[in-house]
Design a protein around this ligand. Structure first.
Ligand SMILES: [Zn+2]
Ligand SMILES: [Zn+2]
Length: 289
């Protein structure tokens, strides 16, 4: 009893000395993650395509896939997003700071939030489908091109995957590599974006190990910050299936509408050229100010 009381006393003292602060802005917070202005969303609004997390039109609210996913039968089986990039602007502030503001430590709270929301939704889904919730999962970050990582100093998708894995107890397998940098096709449609990322990814050089890591999992989840057209994720999924992955899905911080890159000033999910990204950043700054 005495021990418990002194434990509480110590906790109160620590709270008083180090009150929990918002990770993003440093203001006070009740939950230790974010202040009221920067509270992280737990799901994008409206009915969503289970496969790609795009918003479904009203007439198709109960559909199991959107029109784009109908055209891509070998796309992702499921996508979970924490937020919608346009409808929930708070996520933009987090992503911009994480990706372009050198705030690599934000991977922690972002990954934890993504992990919590995914596990909750997987449990609901497993209940609905009569599946076991405790199947084996593995996380695979969408790789960044080497020079891009050098330029930024870190690989945000890999950091995010590690944070999601730490929170959820899921292993991370970095089994993909980017074989070439992809170019920006801001105005182009989905099909040319698909052409842009076609064969831009390959297994890591020691493929048998990659195969073994994927074979153990029932679900293989690609992890990235933003999904726009989904072309990058679909191309990565293709490589993972070739490596023997059974079910491939994606976990992303935000889902943006296809073709929204130039309007919202974000990089297309083909991980744009640095110069274009810098211009995007300027637009985004204007957009969010
Ligand atoms: Zn804040
Ligand atoms: Zn879809």
């Amino acid at each position: 009893m005495q021990g418990r009381r002194s434990g509480e006393w110590l906790e109160d003292l620590l709270q008083a000395l180090y009150p929990p602060l918002c990770w993003l802005c440093g203001h006070g917070t009740a939950d230790g993650v974010a202040c009221d202005a920067h509270a992280l969303p737990a799901a994008p609004p409206g009915a969503r395509c289970p496969r790609c997390a795009a918003q479904l039109p009203r007439a198709l609210e109960r559909s199991d896939r959107c029109a784009a996913c109908r055209r891509e039968p070998f796309g992702l089986e499921r996508t979970f997003a924490l937020a919608d990039y346009r409808a929930q602007p708070t996520i933009r502030e987090w992503i911009l700071a994480f990706k372009h503001g050198s705030r690599r430590e934000l991977a922690g709270p972002l990954g934890a939030a993504l992990s919590d929301c995914v596990r909750e939704r997987l449990e609901t889904l497993a209940e609905a489908e009569g599946e076991r919730a405790e199947v084996a999962h593995v996380l695979v970050p969408v790789p960044l091109h080497t020079w891009r990582r050098v330029e930024r100093g870190y690989d945000q998708a890999a950091l995010l995957a590690r944070a999601v894995g730490e929170r959820g107890g899921w292993p991370v397998a970095e089994v993909l590599r980017r074989t070439r940098a992809t170019t920006v096709q801001g105005e182009a449609g989905s099909s040319s974006r698909s052409a842009n990322v076609h064969e831009a990814f390959a297994p890591v050089r020691f493929a048998p190990l990659a195969r073994r890591r994927l074979a153990r999992a029932s679900w293989c989840w690609l992890v990235d910050d933003v999904c726009t057209s989904g072309a990058t994720l679909r191309e990565c999924a293709r490589v993972l299936r070739r490596l023997g992955a059974r079910r491939v899905g994606a976990l992303v911080l935000a889902r943006a509408a296809d073709g929204a890159e130039s309007e919202l000033g974000i990089e297309p999910d083909s991980h744009a050229h640095a110069g274009e990204a810098a211009r995007g950043r300027t637009m985004e700054t204007l957009d969010s100010s």
